[in-house]
Design a protein around this ligand. Structure first.
Ligand code: ATP
Length: 351
């Protein structure tokens, strides 16, 4: 997918100015509340018109003030999924889904209904009224309906914000798999950096109506580390859990990690803040932290007043954070060996 936007939109007290071209299948628009993300999305989808400019998707002009073009929303082949799933309350799941087909020109009706409902795990719910669904199930129906329209672009505006963490991280694999399975590129809008890192390959940060330089979600997380109270969030998929005393032991590549949260049932995604990893230059004799990992410093980077230290622990990577003076005093430079201590309680289970 290639999207180019040169557009200006003025509201009283707010101006959005966008000038970018992106290509790729999983693109994020990230920024704090009020920055202009939804305004940008509405210009792309055609829900609002720019004051001036040009918007093109895959070489087709959707809007051009100069050429007097403004393709109506239903003709843009852009499906939108909002924060709150807007389903028809009087229709069951099947009829809500099939509404997507109706929005689709016959020549584009190529998405296989049975395959889609299987990918989204909706096949057991088709006869159910949508009022009897959980929030996550409703959002999967909204997504299915959008996908059945076989759009050239799926535009998701904060689709996970209304869900609690457990559901959110369960839904993310569905969101990604429909894109892969049916070859539908998406633009994913969120103010959550973790969602960005799990959902997209490239990010356009939006700040006070301006679109900043494109980056990767991980680079963005590193750049913001020193300015964030939560630091850089390491995302670890831990596997093969087992009970170990009162806590749990998980396999992380070649390493075993001890974690207070969790269960013995299945692999899970955990977060671990860069602030919760303590670096020792020498082996500490006796510490209370349950995890002590021998690591190699791969890279260091600055962010605010802190230094990010990228550590290789076998095939796994972690980012720790130390104040600049500590990094200098300890001589933490790429290539040196260190020990990383992590308390079992520092891991937070996401799914
Ligand atoms: N129709 C409108 N009329 C007037 N002002 C508007 C309109 N739509 C948005 N705005 C203003 O434009 C600014 C950007 O809003 P927008 O919804 O695009 O931000 P956002 O980044 O999506 O925020 P959030 O994450 O809170 O949804 C805000 O100051 C908002 O009040």
């Amino acid at each position: 997918m290639e999207l180019s936007v040169q557009a200006k939109k003025n509201f009283a007290g707010f101006t959005l100015e966008a000038d970018f071209t992106v290509s790729g299948d999983r693109i994020g628009i990230f920024g704090q509340s009020g920055g202009g993300k939804s305004t940008l999305a509405s210009l792309i989808a055609g829900l609002h018109s720019p004051d001036a400019g040009e918007i093109c998707l895959d070489g087709h002009c959707l809007y051009s003030s100069r050429r007097g073009i403004c393709v109506p929303p239903e003709k843009r082949r852009i499906a939108v999924v909002f924060q709150q799933p807007c389903l028809f309350p009087h229709l069951d799941v099947r009829s809500n889904l099939l509404y997507g087909f109706k929005r689709c020109a016959p020549e584009h009706r190529t998405i296989d209904f049975a395959v889609l409902t299987e990918v989204l795990m909706l096949d057991g719910l088709l006869e159910r009224g949508v009022n009897n669904l959980s929030g996550g199930e409703k959002q999967r129906v909204a997504l299915g309906r959008a996908v059945l329209a076989n759009p050239a672009l799926l535009l998701m505006d904060e689709p996970l914000s209304a869900l609690d963490d457990g559901l959110k991280f369960q839904i993310i694999p569905y969101l990604k798999s429909v894109s892969v399975e049916f070859g539908i590129p998406y633009l994913f809008i969120s103010h959550s950096l973790i969602e960005m890192r799990l959902m997209v390959d490239q990010v356009l940060p939006v700040e006070r109506g301006r679109i900043l330089e494109r980056t990767t979600p991980d680079e963005l997380a590193r750049a913001r580390m020193g300015y964030s109270q939560v630091g850089y969030i390491n995302l670890l998929r831990l596997e093969d859990p087992r009970q170990a005393g009162g806590i749990h032991a998980y396999r992380w590549g070649e390493t075993e990690l001890f974690v207070s949260a969790g269960s013995v049932e299945s692999a899970s995604l955990f977060e671990l803040s860069s602030k919760d990893i303590i670096i020792f230059k020498k082996h500490p004799e006796a510490i209370s932290a349950r995890n002590l990992l021998k690591c190699l410093v791969v890279k260091t980077f600055s962010s605010g007043n802190t230094v990010g230290v990228e550590l290789a622990c076998g095939s796994g990577r972690l980012v720790s954070e130390v104040v600049a003076e500590a990094a200098e005093e300890l001589g933490i430079v790429p290539g040196c060996e260190v020990f990383a201590a992590i308390k079992a309680a520092s891991f937070r289970k996401l799914e």
